[in-house]
Design a binder for this molecule. Structure first.
Ligand SMILES: [Ca+2]
Ligand SMILES: [Ca+2]
Length: 158
């Protein structure tokens, strides 16, 4: 009888785990101005992924297009696919470039001002303090560039 009872307990336990896992994986991702909380690599829609802390941690926000400033209500870090509510302006400490066709330029001020640097295709930066001029907690706008004009291959986002 004891074995049966234990077996039932294990079954219940694992069933509960499976339900919890399914809930997380199946959770709908709100479409917030092109941000979905995933750092996707795709030729037609590659992301620029901005992380709050160094080494790609602390919350992330993904972009598919140019953004003149980070003042939108959607410009907040995501943690485990839910919004943290923390605005990304002057908070970014590491960057992943998941774009395969265009390059990204990142700037200290809004409207592409205050000096900046570019991120070649396939380049990540684990600590913006190491970029010449120290861009840790400084980025306020970014531009997506084909090499000759603004790159608009990504889905609309602000
Ligand atoms: Ca930071
Ligand atoms: Ca700034």
């Amino acid at each position: 009888m004891a074995a049966n009872k234990r077996g039932w307990r294990y079954t219940t336990f694992f069933t509960a785990l499976a339900v919890a896992a399914a809930t997380v994986v199946g959770a709908p991702r709100p479409a917030l101005a092109g941000h979905d909380g995933y750092c996707d690599v795709a030729a037609e829609d590659g992301n620029l992924c901005l992380y709050r802390d160094s080494d790609y941690t602390g919350g992330m926000l993904d972009f598919t297009r140019t953004d003149h400033n980070y003042t939108s209500s959607a410009d907040v870090f995501w943690i485990d696919f839910s919004e943290s509510g923390i605005n990304i302006n002057d908070q970014v400490s590491s960057i992943v470039n998941a774009e395969t066709r265009c390059v990204w330029y990142l700037y200290r001020d809004i409207e592409f001002g205050g000096g900046g640097f570019w991120l070649p295709i396939g380049t990540n930066i684990s600590n913006l303090a190491l970029v010449s001029g120290n861009y840790n907690d400084a980025i306020s706008s970014h531009y997506k560039w084909t090499g000759t004009k603004e790159c608009t291959n990504g889905s609309t986002g602000q």
